[in-house]
Structures are given as C-alpha cells and as structure tokens.
Write a protein that binds this ligand. Structure first.
Ligand code: MG
Length: 369
C-alpha cells in the first residue's frame, strides 16, 4: 500500500490572506482540491492523508471527502514536522509521498517520476538549482556567501514508509526541520534526488495569490448632450466651457464610460442598473462618488483596476490642456498611477452630434486584476 501525505495544517501567515491559504479559490476550485486532484490520478497511490488545521477541519472534509473514499482528513500539529508525524502513524508499509498542500501545480509526471525512482532506489526528492546566492548570517551580519553544493528541495518527497517512520521516531525535542528529507538525512542517511519542475511553486506570499487571478478587460461607452447652464465635468475635473453635459447625475461622460468598462470586465450589469436615473438619490450626483461605488462592487468580485484607456470625443472645448488633470483625478480614485491611464482626445470632424457640438462622447476600456 502506498500513501500520499498532503500537508495543509500551516498558518500561512506569510500569504497575509484573511482565509486559510489552501482554501483560496481560483479557476473553479480551491488550492487544496487542485493539489489533491493530481495525486488522485495516480493509481499506485492507495490512500491520501491531508493534514489540516483543527479549526478548518470540517471545511476541508466537505471539500475533499466527496472527491474520493481514498482521502482521509486529519488534524495537524503545532509544526509541519508534528503534522507529518501524526499522519505517518496512519501508514504501514509500502512507500509514502509527502507533499506541500500549497503546491497545486505539481505535474502528474513529476509525482510518478519521484515514486518510480523511490521504488527503484529507496527514496527520491525533486530539486532545482539555486539561482540566488545564499548568505550565511551571524549576529545580524553576512559572514559568507555560497551557491555551489546546494539545491532547492521541492515536494513530493518519497520514502519507504517504515524508513521515514523510523527517522521520525528518533526526533529530538530541539530538532527543527523544514522538510522531510531533513529528518531522513539526519536519522537514516543521504537521499536521492531528481530534477524538479520550475512550475511546481509553493504558494507562499500574497503576490503568489494575486498572480492566480486572471486579468479581465471590459469596454464602455457613453454620450451626453451639451446644453447651456450646466457645468462641464469630465473625469471628475471641472472644465471651463460655456456649455455643460445634460443628465440626471453630473453627466460626467468619461467616468460613466469608465464605470461601464469596469462592470463589463466583471460581466456585471451596466451603470443604469446600479444607479437608475429614476432614483432621486442620484440627482446631480458626482461621477466621483459613483466611481467609488463601482470600485466597491468590483472589489466584491475580487477585482481592482490595473489600467484604463479612454477616447474622449469632443468638438469643443479643446481638451488636451486638461488631460493630465483628468489622469490624476481618475488615478487618485482608482488608486493606480496616472501613467496607468491612457487618454486620447479627438473631434468628430464637424460631423454628427459630437461634430455639431451638441454632445460629448467617450469610449473606455478597463483592465482589472
Ligand atoms: Mg451617462
């Protein structure tokens, strides 16, 4: 009988997420479901033991028990070493593959290669070369540096079950290990290694999780008519002109197009749905306030703006002197840099509503991530 132990009991503090990092949901399932799914595909693995934090045990059971009867969810200990030791108590004979729950991109091929090497040669650890130089630190200062003679260890690390159990049974109180190979090397002996995979990353930092969310782009368009007696607001900036845009709100055509682009990127309904022009609450309301509301709506979907691109179509006034102000105004609200906003100003060559100075229109795209 061969076993896989998937460790998922860590605190995941470095990820700075509000939830258990291995319960982070992306691309249709959680991190832990993706990781476990790889091991479920391998016929030579008979039992999968997932070590989890006590407080989330029921959540993990709900997610994993339905996938296969091969899976057992157990509570982990205070440290990774303790969690693995607990899980090893449930294993007898054969081989055991020990894998980090936060490595969902491990390939089936690598797992099989590690298992076969272990079956033939007793054990196997996937590794990669060290690319950064390592610094040896003492008393807060770097004493020396090196790179030669070191490899980066990945998982799954595969051992004969009884051998790794024997190594774990010898653990001493002051032992500190960050992986299982460390325990094996200290109490049994040297281990074999093969080349790991660059893609087999361990999701650790917040940035690792941000990179998992696919970017989305949306498009928006708006047009308002120009009339005397109204102020002209474009991108939250008051533009000096003898006419302004007519609308239930402040008719800021730039912000309206941008809001629709952002909502469209999330495949949500348009601004007319969220801020109907029949609602007295939105009478003369500033585009800036509405844009802040849209930011909250897209945040609920897990998104924030990355960049925006706008084409403002106006015959008059000439808008180029105000482009930088509009960029700064929008960047300030969207919490991105002015250089993340592109603005093109164009006329309509005297043709149509815009050309006859009867309206101003705006096209916008927004990319969210
Ligand atoms: Mg509008």
């Amino acid at each position: 009988m061969n076993y896989a132990i998937i460790t998922s009991a860590g605190s995941g503090k470095r990820a700075g997420l509000k939830i258990d990092k291995n319960l982070f949901f992306f691309d249709g399932s959680t991190v832990i479901e993706k990781t476990v799914a790889v091991f479920l595909k391998i016929k030579k693995i008979d039992k999968i033991i997932v070590t989890v934090p006590q407080k989330n045990k029921r959540t993990y059971e709900k997610l994993l028990n339905k996938l296969s009867p091969k899976i057992t969810v157990v509570c982990g200990g205070e440290t990774r070493t303790e969690s693995v030791k607990n899980a090893l108590d449930l294993c007898t004979g054969g081989y055991v593959l020990i894998h980090d729950g936060a490595r969902p991109f491990v390939s089936e091929k690598l797992v099989k290669k590690c298992l076969y090497k272990a079956i033939n040669e007793g054990n196997c650890v996937p590794t990669l070369p060290v690319t950064d130089t390592l610094s040896k630190v003492n008393n807060g200062k770097i004493e020396s540096t090196c790179r030669d003679g070191f490899l980066r260890a990945q998982t799954p690390q595969v051992f004969k079950t009884e051998e790794i159990k024997k190594a774990y049974s010898k653990l001493e109180a002051d032992d500190v290990f960050t992986d299982d190979c460390g325990v094996y090397c200290k109490y049994i002996g040297a281990a074999n290694f093969i080349c790991g995979e660059v893609g087999n990353i361990k999701l650790t930092y917040k940035k690792d999780f941000e990179n998992l969310i696919p970017k989305r782009t949306g498009i928006g368009y708006d047009l308002h008519t120009l009339v005397y007696g109204r102020k002209l607001m474009l991108g939250g900036v008051k533009i000096p002109h003898d006419k302004g845009l007519l609308g239930h709100s402040d008719a800021d055509v730039v912000i309206h197009a941008l809001m629709d682009a952002m909502l469209s990127a999330c495949a949500l309904k348009d601004i007319g749905h969220y801020f109907p022009d029949t609602d007295p609450n939105y009478k003369d309301i500033s585009g800036i306030i509405l844009l802040k509301k849209v930011l909250k709506i897209i945040k609920k979907q897990g998104y924030k703006p990355i960049n925006a691109s706008l084409v403002i179509m106006a015959e008059k006034p000439k808008l180029s002197p105000y482009v930088e102000n509009i960029k700064c105004s929008l960047a300030n609200i969207l919490k991105i840099k002015p250089s993340d906003i592109g603005i093109t100003c164009t006329t309509a060559e005297g043709v149509g509503l815009v050309g006859r100075e009867e309206a101003i229109a705006c096209y916008a795209t927004a990319t969210l991530g």
